[in-house]
Design a binder for this molecule. Structure first.
Ligand SMILES: [Zn+2]
Length: 531
């Protein structure tokens, strides 16, 4: 049986840009649009031309993408003609392949927010859709608050949707604008809508206020809708929009959907999903959610020894899909509960060949247990584990020695009389018999120490130029009589590879120093730097 085509519509650049703290530049928008295009997304909504300078510029010229690049805006204002509405004019003039209008479909909103009549709302939809169709654009209409509107007045909500469809809209999109609908309601209401408008012209736009946005999108598809709108990583105001990063693999890998539907994302493109998700986080300067379904670092991580040994025999025993399908990887955590099989699997993953009966494996396991007992967390710090394993197996060169370091914090008045706190670090390292001294100022003591440490490593400098810290987390542990500090540092290099290192000490600077050192040494090992 031929599979039916299901379309994906991304609104990361429009609805996603409403997220608290998110502010895309024109360059960001172009990079994300290209990434979505490469992923095989059918529609990319860029923003509101005419509403702000960035979006106006974005729609000023063709972006040369295969995706249907879509402009968003309002239908004509009540009481105006389409030719006498500057907002609508800007939208019609935008260099876009498609136009997505938003219109009211809840009679209560028409009355209270728009202060107009139901008839005028319907006329505005008809006129605006008609004007865009006449301009040769593909047209979508977002029916705002459709599900609440339908519950209050089904005839009117349906009339709004039908007005757009009859005027030539390719898609009528049912929006759960406040995100309060539940999957069974969505399924029932979409089921009624597709009796009036063919499902091949119906889309779903779900918000995540009850954490059902993905479920609501799938429920709409089950009822007959054939376009899903969402964002990368579920970005969006309040609790976010439907997360395409969860929806895409579900459609591709779960038989209920994969057997019936085809989407624009190929198997090869699916493998780039984890990378796309992490790239967006990077642009937003956010640490990726390690528990994100499919793409999170922990999505295929297993801790207990008994599970790990079963996964080694056959991954299907504990995994719902294979991690490499979405560009993720299996991770067996090394922790104090872990058995030999975890350690062996980790050694295999990092490419350390060792006989499984080698006595050094028991020694490594003992060292891991001892160190975890005093606060180290190797399951969260894969790079520190790799270094520890390489050290126990005798394979880490002494690249350089830190002979001493000094961190100084000073609070004083600056030249204009403001109170400022300045941190200064001085580091003395010995590389190849040569002593190098570097100093750096930083935002805080750890930042200063990091900058000074990486400022001059002599012949190794070339290997660490692209190294940067992307996350720094501190936890105070109450083990035994004294509190100790655990620091986890996440680093990345020019290729986008990320790794995490750990340090533990009663002193936060010492703990940070250990984690920083591990990060640098790890990078040198991975780069194959000479001893
Ligand atoms: Zn929305």
């Amino acid at each position: 049986m031929a599979r039916e085509r299901l379309y994906l519509f991304d609104t990361t650049l429009r609805d996603g840009a409403q997220t608290n703290g998110v502010d895309f530049t024109l360059g960001d928008k172009l990079t994300i649009a290209k990434m979505l295009d490469d992923l095989g997304i059918d529609y990319v909504e860029g923003g509101y031309p005419g509403a702000n300078p960035t979006d106006t510029q974005l729609f000023a010229e063709d972006r040369k993408l295969a995706t249907t690049f879509t402009a968003f805006g309002m239908t004509r204002r009540p009481g105006r003609s389409t030719s006498n509405d500057p907002g609508l004019a800007a939208l019609l003039e935008a260099k876009a392949d498609a136009i997505c209008f938003v219109a009211k479909s809840w009679d209560y909103h028409v009355r209270v927010a728009l202060e107009t009549t139901p008839e005028e709302n319907l006329a505005s939809i008809r006129d605006s859709v008609g004007a865009a169709v006449a301009k040769g654009r593909e047209v979508l209409l977002d029916c705002e608050h459709f599900f609440d509107g339908y519950k209050a007045n089904p005839q009117f909500a349906l009339a709004c949707a039908k007005a757009a469809y009859d005027a030539g809209a390719r898609w009528v999109v049912l929006c759960d604008t406040n995100g309060g609908a539940l999957p069974h309601e969505v399924e029932a209401i979409v089921g009624e809508v597709v009796k009036v408008i063919p499902g091949a012209h119906v889309g779903i736009h779900a918000h995540n206020d009850t954490e059902q946005a993905v479920a609501n999108s799938l429920a709409a598809v089950r009822a007959g809708a054939r376009q899903i709108q969402g964002t990368l990583n579920g970005l969006g105001e309040r609790c976010g929009n439907a997360n395409l990063v969860s929806i895409i693999p579900t459609l591709k890998l779960k038989a209920e959907f994969a057997d019936r539907f085809e989407i624009g994302v190929s198997d090869a493109q699916l493998k780039s999903l984890a990378h796309a998700s992490h790239t967006l986080d990077e642009m937003l300067n956010r640490a990726p959610n390690r528990h994100a379904p499919y793409v999170g670092e922990s999505a295929f991580a297993t801790k207990a020894g008994i599970h790990a040994s079963a996964i080694m025999k056959d991954p299907a025993t504990y995994e719902h899909v294979s991690p490499d399908r979405v560009g993720n990887r299996r991770k067996l955590l090394v922790s104090d509960q872990a058995g030999r099989s975890n350690v062996l699997a980790e050694l295999e993953r990092i490419g350390l060949k060792i006989d499984k009966d080698d006595a050094r494996i028991s020694r490594l396991l003992d060292v891991v247990k001892e160190r975890e007992a005093i606060g180290y967390a190797y399951e969260a710090a894969d790079a520190s584990f790799e270094l520890l394993a390489r050290r126990v197996l005798g394979k880490v060169p002494d690249y350089f020695d830190v002979e001493k370091f000094d961190v100084n914090i000073e609070q004083r008045d600056n030249a204009v009389g403001q109170r400022v706190t300045v941190s200064l670090a001085v580091v003395k390292v010995k590389v190849d018999g040569e002593t190098l001294i570097s100093a750096a100022e930083g935002i805080g003591p750890v930042n200063a120490l990091d900058l000074a440490l990486r400022k001059d490593l002599g012949k190794y400098q070339g290997y660490i130029n692209g190294l940067e810290l992307t996350d720094y987390r501190v936890r105070i542990l109450n083990g035994g009589t004294e509190a100790v500090t655990r620091v986890l540092i996440e680093s990345q290099d020019e290729s986008g590879e990320r790794w995490t290192t750990v340090g533990v000490s009663p002193n936060i600077i010492d703990a940070s120093f250990q984690a920083l050192m591990d990060s640098i040494v790890y990078k040198l090992v991975r780069s194959g730097a000479p001893a």
